[in-house]
Design a protein around this ligand. Structure first.
Ligand code: PEP
Ligand code: MG
Length: 557
């Protein structure tokens, strides 16, 4: 929650461009100027890529790759050889590449066009000597920044001392700018519409990140309540972080394991100090992508062992490879699918490629058999929509030597399914007796329940995991889990919002797995939760008509 005064920011890429164009000389000199500018940008990016937060560092590693990409370099060289200035060549080639990426149907690549534009901006700034960031660097303390969008370049020049909140007309919560703002601790709301850009600068305003609202000229009473909420949130965070390594127990004495989600080896940098009780979701896709052959059993064992050693907790939950039409790997034939999310994904793909499934299962069993291994390996099956899929995985497991000995009550190996397709939630009572645990993937469960693509921002508000329809399915899975006496975890993004924990607990969720920075906050939310009150809250939420009503139950004003 940020409280301050409005300031409207317009970025100035064209200024640098025209300033640079005027200095045009011979092709050899222009190429040299380009190389000099590139060297400076490279040094800048190398420094940013060395930043401690791995999420932030990753963004600038990608920018370095773009800077040295053949498409960009060869394109600029060819344009300069045709007699164009270094600045015009940079402007033209980066604009063409931005266009090319924007037109790709894959949302992931389309969103990378911002990164290309950003690298282009950095080059132009050095070619012209004009600083784009003067405006941002000189902002007064207590600024609420309004902008159409911010590039990562802009965002790296923001200081949390002066900028207390950001409201963007466009952009998305998963954009790089949002990640950067989060790492700086600046509240940011996005997609608020272009009308905000017309607001007179200097007005008092509040960026309310809880409700996703910009409040302009609040009356003194409202301002007072925002100030108090802000203070409460800050105190909550400080208290949470001071207890992050202690167990999370509800007011009525229930221990709730708060695990971490891990997407890559680098994520472990954050997990290690987070206080996580273990790993609740290791997305193993990172081991399988960007290579020409699948990883061997031995390579996989090494990778899983490393993650388990670095995590302080006992439990290591490894999700079997969840790739499909939208995330291709080179060594599998690519099938064109018009709806990849409804296509051959997760366990469907693994059952079509039994060697991939068997190798991964074999690696996980072998890890649980190693002499130095202490703890539990939980194997998690993604995208289950039919009971028979679980039977088939169990058949493959049973054919692997050692499985039966390892998979005993209290033993080091457990099998679970992801509840992320409505069919699995509806058949949860049939699935529960077959497995040792459930993990509910609310990112997918919301998209499939609401028939709203999770990467399409036009339907983002439809796909809310707080929709009563999604909550009812979560409730069904929890009930089935309870009947079979197995743990029911949630590993979708919603679990990382501490204000949602009481609702999930009331629905019957027994464990959560969240991004590392949310571990301490969610543990603190557990400590403030009372079972009876949580169950009442869940009852009310299940009777609601829509997500907004549930949101109001969680944030009464
Ligand atoms: C989910 O669907 O909620 C989930 C945790 O898996 P992913 O986001 O990797 O699909
Ligand atoms: Mg999923």
């Amino acid at each position: 929650m940020g409280i301050g005064k409005l300031y409207t920011y317009t970025s100035l890429p064209n200024v640098t461009y025209s300033a640079a164009v005027e200095q045009s000389t011979s092709p050899a000199d222009e190429w040299q100027r380009y190389l000099d500018a590139r060297k400076k940008v490279d040094a800048e990016l190398a420094q940013l890529a060395g930043m401690e937060n791995p999420l932030v560092a990753d963004i600038f590693l990608v920018h370095q790759e773009i800077l040295h990409d053949k498409l960009l370099t060869d394109g600029v060289r060819a344009a300069i050889d045709r007699g164009t200035s270094a600045a015009t060549a940079t402007q033209q080639v980066t604009s063409e590449l931005v266009q090319l990426f924007q037109n790709l149907s894959d949302d992931y690549f389309a969103s990378r066009s911002v990164d290309i534009r950003d690298v282009g901006q950095r080059l132009l700034a050095h070619l012209s000597g004009v600083s784009l960031t003067g405006q941002l660097a000189a902002l007064p303390t207590g600024t609420i920044l309004l902008a159409e969008d911010l590039t990562p370049y802009d965002a790296t020049h923001l200081s949390p001392e002066s900028v207390v909140g950001i409201a963007l007309a466009g952009s998305a919560p998963t954009a790089h700018t949002a990640i950067l703002a989060r790492s700086l601790g600046i509240p940011l709301i996005c997609s608020v519409g272009t009308a905000v850009l017309q607001l007179p600068p200097g007005q008092n305003a509040v960026v309310d990140g809880l409700q996703g609202r910009l409040v302009v000229e609040p009356d003194p009473e409202l301002l007072d309540s925002y100030t108090q909420t802000r203070q409460r949130l800050l105190t909550f965070r400080v208290t949470a972080e001071s207890h992050s390594h202690e167990p999370a127990v509800t007011l009525d004495g229930q221990r709730v394991l708060v695990h971490a989600n891990v997407n890559s080896q680098e994520d472990m940098l954050q997990v290690a100090g987070s206080g996580a009780d273990g790993i609740g979701l290791l997305r193993t896709e990172y081991l399988f992508q960007e290579r020409t052959n699948p990883p061997t059993v031995a390579e996989q064992i090494d990778a899983y062992r490393l993650i388990h050693r670095q995590a302080a907790g006992e439990i290591l939950t490894v999700r079997l490879l969840d790739i499909g039409g939208d995330k291709p790997v080179r060594y599998l034939p690519r099938i064109a699918e018009s709806n990849p999310f409804l296509g051959v994904r997760g366990i469907r793909l693994l059952l079509q490629h039994p060697e991939l499934l068997r190798d991964q299962l074999q690696a996980l069993i072998a890890l649980s058999q190693e002499s130095g291994f202490t703890g539990v390996v939980r194997i998690l099956v993604p995208m289950v929509s039919k009971v028979v899929e679980v039977h088939r995985v169990l058949e493959v497991l049973e054919a692997i030597p050692g499985y039966a000995e390892q998979h005993q009550p209290g033993g080091p190996l457990q099998i679970g399914v992801m509840i992320e397709v409505p069919a699995a939630a509806l058949l949860a009572d049939r699935l529960a007796p077959l497995v040792d645990f459930f993990s509910i993937g609310t990112n997918d469960l919301a998209q499939y329940t609401m028939a709203a693509d999770r990467v399409n921002s036009a339907v983002a508000s439809l796909a809310s995991p707080l929709d009563p329809a999604v909550l009812r399915l979560i409730g069904m899975a929890c009930q089935a889990g309870q009947m079979a006496d197995i743990p029911v975890a949630i590993c979708g993004e919603m679990a990382g919002d501490p204000s949602i924990f009481p609702l999930l607990f009331g629905l019957g969720v027994t464990e959560v797995s969240v991004v590392a920075p949310a571990v301490a906050l969610v543990k603190e939310a557990v400590r403030l939760t009372d079972g009876d009150a949580a169950r009442q809250l869940a009852e009310q939420a299940l009777q609601a008509d829509r997500a907004q009503e549930v949101h109001r139950l969680l944030h009464p004003q």
